[in-house]
Structures are given as structure tokens and as C-alpha cells.
Design a protein around this ligand. Structure first.
Ligand code: FES
Ligand SMILES: [Fe+2]
Length: 386
């Protein structure tokens, strides 16, 4: 097919070969550190559900790279976040990963500098503070924190933080889902032996779908054609005109959701429109740390955390209506098992990808037409790295 033929209005695919990122970006420890500093410490990161920090003085410590961030609720239940580091000589403040502060102070375990829950230094142990010592100069290092529809996000550089909403591919995409009211039904955690970018690259293409996700490709016809969107197909206009079911956006006939038998596990969320119901999945991504996907009957959230150049943690949560979870007859196993299977399938190929990247001959690879979103991701990474 010539470039001209490919240059169809609305066609998403790449019209020329683009190189992948250099292999050393996935292996090199110094490069990994650079990405932590330039990407992970400079973007909004999803941490946990707001309900996981319930009530005054609840706290949790979130580790990202070498950084420990203390997130807590103050006496008024406002979320606060600080580096878990004392302003005296730099000791860690909280040793436990989560819990409830015993009182209204954060007290350093080393020499007992004590801070209030807004991070202001209140007390030091010395009776002979020097004349030029001003407690106001030694507040905890603050971190931006936001509760967005019940999801807690942090940003390690509050002074340079873009509005959280701008970190999503579209913060309005899930407006018709009752995100703030949902309850956690299931959690799945997995350590992948791959660089965090390998996860996102796999997420951003469906060339692998027919061979890697056989069950899922039965639920989503486009996936069986290696496509994510209707317009990833150079013949998209003709295929849509002819009504060819293989190229139909959304779920296969008779399927309601991503589950083992394609059936929903609960009543549909009431405010979804026809398109959202027919589509069956609406993704809202916030790179680098994860995505939220709305289905007609549940919401799934995946959080990504790099643990090393070749190690990534994924943490997946399934959310349902509270009344569904309270119903003894409610059975989410069909949606949970299905979701875990897809994650395991992706995890397995991500690890194969990582291992192969170690070849001393492989400096970089090449992207195919359908991998336009992988290319967009690479452009984003390079921009972030400056
Ligand atoms: S390091 Fe915290 S009080 Fe000394
Ligand atoms: Fe996949």
C-alpha cells in the first residue's frame, strides 16, 4: 500500500517506520534513575483509594523509586502528603507502612522533633534553641495530594505540578461512572520482570491481541483484527460502510462486559449512554502511573510502580457498587478471573520482551503501522527526558 493510499482521512496508523526507544533505556541503571527523576518524580501518581485512608490521623507511606512519601489525614480529615523525612538531620519519620498516628503530632523517632499534621515544626527536644533558629523554616517537605473521585494522587514537585486533570488522556471520559461511590471488591498484585515502559508499550497496541488474548479477542472483535480502534484500519471507511461485524467498535454481539461468559455481574451503571454501553470498556489513562477502565458493571484500576530497571509492580483493583458487594448472592469471579487472565497474558509477553532486549545486537526495534500509540508514548518519554 502506498503512503498516499494510507493517507486516508481519520486513519490512525503510522505511515512510516518509526524506531523504538534504544534498548539501554530498558536495562541501564543510570538511565532508570534518570527516568525516576524526570518522569516519576515529576508527574501525578496514583497511590490508593481515598477510603484506604479512613478517618483522622490515618496514614500510609508510599514508596516510589528511592522516595518515601507520607500521606495522612489531618484532624479535619484533609489529605496531606510530605516526604517521610525529618528536617533535623534527615531521619525517616514513620517506620510503619500504614496505620493511625497516636496523637496530633508526627514525632521523629531519632531526636523527637515534632510536627503538626500540617507539617509545621512544633517542638524540638533542646532547651537551648539558638537565637537564629526559627521553627517556621523547618516545616516538612510538602508533596501535592489530590482526591480525584475517590482516587488519591500525589505529585512530588508541587510547585511544578500541572493540574491533575491534564495528566489524563481525558478526565471527563468516565464522567458517567459513579467513581466516587464505588467500593473495592478485589485486589491483584504482581511483580513483572520487565521495565515499566514495556508494560505501557504492550498496553498501547493490539498487534499481540489475537495470539496472546484468545478469549478477550472473542469479546472484542476489533482485537481479533489486531486493532484497538476502528480508525486503526486503513480500510476503515469501507469496513464501516459495509457494516462488517469483524470491524465493529465495541463488544461482540451478545457480550455485555469483559468477563468469562461476556455477561455483566451486576446491573449497569445507570448514567451510561448507549455508546458507552455498546463500547463495553472506556479507558482513562494517566501516564506513567496507571489507568482506570469503566465497564458497564464494574471499574478496574491498574497502578504501575517501577521497582528497578527490569522490575515493575502492578497493582490492580476491581470496584463495584457497595450494594452489589453487600449482596450474598453477588459473584464477581467471572469478571475478576477474566481480568487476571488478561493481565497474566500481558505480563508473560512483557517478560519475554524484556529478556530479548538484553541481546547485545539489539540496539532498537521498529514500529508497525498499528503501533502509533506506542510511538506517541515514546515521543512523550523523550519529551519528559528533555
Ligand atoms: S533526625 Fe529527626 S529529630 Fe533528629
Ligand atoms: Fe494485551
Amino acid at each position: 500500500m502506498s503512503d498516499e493510499e494510507r493517507n486516508i482521512a481519520g486513519y490512525n496508523g503510522l505511515t512510516r517506520v518509526e524506531p523504538t526507544l534504544p534498548s539501554e533505556f530498558y536495562l541501564d541503571a543510570d538511565h532508570y534513575e534518570r527516568e525516576l527523576r524526570k518522569i516519576w518524580y515529576r508527574n501525578w501518581l496514583y497511590v490508593c483509594r481515598a477510603s484506604e485512608l479512613r478517618g483522622p490521623r490515618a496514614f500510609s507511606v508510599f514508596e516510589i523509586g528511592s522516595q518515601e512519601i507520607l500521606i495522612l489525614r489531618d484532624q479535619n480529615e484533609e489529605l496531606r502528603a510530605f516526604h517521610n523525612t525529618c528536617r533535623h538531620r534527615g531521619s525517616v519519620l514513620m517506620r510503619e507502612p500504614k496505620g493511625r498516628l497516636p496523637g496530633s503530632r508526627i514525632t521523629c523517632p531519632y531526636h523527637c522533633w515534632a510536627y503538626d499534621l500540617q507539617g509545621k515544626l512544633q517542638r524540638t527536644p533542646t532547651p537551648s534553641e539558638q537565637g537564629d533558629f526559627d521553627k517556621a523554616d523547618y516545616s516538612l517537605y510538602d508533596v501535592a495530594v489530590r482526591d480525584w473521585n475517590g482516587f488519591v494522587f500525589i505529585h512530588l514537585e508541587p510547585e511544578n505540578a500541572q493540574p491533575l486533570e491534564e495528566s489524563f488522556n481525558g478526565s471527563h471520559l468516565l464522567d458517567n461512572w459513579p467513581l466516587a461511590d464505588l467500593a473495592l471488591g478485589h485486589t491483584y498484585e504482581k511483580i513483572l520482570h520487565c521495565n515499566w515502559k514495556v508494560f505501557w508499550e504492550n498496553f498501547n497496541e493490539c498487534l499481540h491481541c489475537p495470539s496472546v488474548h484468545k478469549e478477550l479477542s472473542e469479546v472484542v472483535p476489533l482485537y481479533k483484527q489486531h486493532l484497538m480502534e476502528v480508525q486503526d484500519d486503513p480500510e476503515w471507511e469501507a469496513h464501516q460502510r459495509s457494516g462488517d461485524k469483524r470491524y465493529k467498535q465495541g463488544l461482540a454481539e451478545g457480550k455485555e462486559t469483559w468477563s468469562k461468559n461476556g455477561s455483566a455481574c451486576a446491573a449497569y451503571f445507570p448514567d451510561l449512554n448507549e455508546e458507552e454501553i455498546a463500547r463495553g470498556h472506556t479507558y482513562c489513562e494517566t501516564v506513567p502511573s496507571g489507568f482506570i477502565v469503566g465497564h458497564v458493571d464494574y471499574v478496574r484500576v491498574l497502578r504501575l510502580r517501577p521497582l528497578g530497571p527490569e522490575t515493575t509492580e502492578i497493582h490492580v483493583q476491581w470496584f463495584f457498587r457497595e450494594e452489589s458487594l453487600a449482596d450474598p448472592a453477588f459473584d464477581a469471579s467471572g469478571v475478576v478471573d477474566f481480568g487476571q487472565r488478561v493481565i497474566d497474558e500481558d505480563g508473560a509477553v512483557a517478560e519475554l520482551n524484556q529478556k530479548g532486549l538484553r541481546s547485545i545486537r539489539h540496539k532498537h526495534g521498529a514500529l508497525m503501522a498499528e503501533e502509533y500509540a506506542v510511538h506517541d508514548f515514546h515521543v512523550w518519554v523523550l519529551e519528559q527526558l528533555g
